[in-house]
Design a protein around this ligand. Sequence first.
Ligand code: 5AD
Ligand code: SF4
Length: 494
Amino acid sequence: MAPRRGGAYNDLPMDALRVHITAYGCQMNRLDAALVAEVMQAAGALIVADAAEADVLLYLTCAVRGHAEDRVFSNLGALAARKRRRPDLVVGLLGCMAQEHGAGALARAPVVDLVCAPGRLADLPDLVARARAGERPVALDPRREESDAGGAASDAALDRIEVGRAPGGEWPGQAYVVAMRGCDNFCAYCVVPYVRGPERSRRPDVILEEARRLVDGGVREITLLGQAVNRYQAAPPQSGASPWRGRAESGGRTWDLADLLAAVAAVPDLARLRFVTSHPGAMTPRLALAFRDVPHVMPHLHMPAQAGSDAVLRRMNRGYTAAEYAARVAMVREAAPEVAVVSDFIVGFPGETAADFEATLDLVRRMRFAAGFVFKYSPRPGTAAAREFPDDVPADQKRRRHQALSEAIAAIAAEENRRFVGRRVRVLVEGASPRPNLHAAGRRLRPGWGQLRGRTPCHRLVVLDGPPELIGREVEAEVVEAGALTLFGRIPEE
Ligand code: 5AD
Ligand code: SF4
């Protein structure tokens, strides 16, 4: 994209400043990277892909696990030599670690020149200018207890940037759109409610305007984002009723996620709609039916169980038992049997016994997840778990459980994937395969064809040979082989 000069956010002399953005962590940071690009370009800067060419290095960081934080601090430390050679290099710490560490980050990582919390991205051109003038500015969000409905002013500034920005998704035809900011769940291990502030739902008309613009700009797939996105609750837009028939049945005055999905699904030319992440406690029958009834809502549900032991779930403050989790999955599968359910797990939570861990393995075997992400517990400062429970599961035990659970999930995912062999699936082609010779056996490459990658509706990765014109389009493919992470497809001859 060509840089725009002197945009709406700032008229600072950023011309020709070259900015490099690195995003760690979750999809929210992926989207924030697009917002950072937008504000900096509007101020006249250029976004560059090569960090070595940059005048400004911005890091969108994650505070969810200690080990990810340590990596960021060590990467920052490694910049010291470069900064000595080029003292005018500006290094910015953004994202959740910025809010968590605040000014403390300047002491811990002396190369850092500016600290900018997630809600303050609109101020970034100003912060960069101040850093270039020799200041070390720190822009934080209000602490949760001091915030006015979660920082309404900065949310409005973020909305303005977000509505007009480039997609910033996983591939050019995909975009993330914020449905909710913050979190009020206070799972005992989790730092997010402290660094991303109170839960607030964005207005449906703002979300719809953004979705329409993105689709007009060529986006085919939208993923609505929120820490517990299925808790979405907002006043309906002035113009009207939810397009989904389910609304009339509930008789409510607010929109929930099912209403929002129906409204976004009605944006002309949108092919696929997804949402992450869902909290099991907020999974309603209406939302289960949305999988069945709302066109374009893909059969893919990321709903973390975190553990399979009721005692652990209670200490985690998750608000459900393993049986209740299983019942929610059953409800979804009854409405839409093809939904692929994906979960996160934490192993080695304080007090987790061998029997507790066995209960998690048991849940995995019963739920037959399509995929799962396993994390070793790490105590986060300020959280209830860090305060109340000693981190008493030894590191090697955590490692063994991490491995055993990952293997159990992969084995089941591979079995589930094998059920697709011989079936036809609709693949939305995302781009060229990054490893073009992944599946060499039995290939019949035609002239001009290459190896492509795409996704099924249930979000399984498919690698297939085809012409580059298919990128951004849906194609029907026959699955010929399946691994734990990938399906191999073939475009049928006829
Ligand atoms: N330690 C380990 N994993 C964590 N997660 C969140 N907080 C922690 C923590 N303190 C995991 C959860 C969550 C995912 C994004 O990260 O599984 O779903
Ligand atoms: Fe953290 Fe729980 Fe909120 Fe997810 S739902 S962000 S795990 S507090």
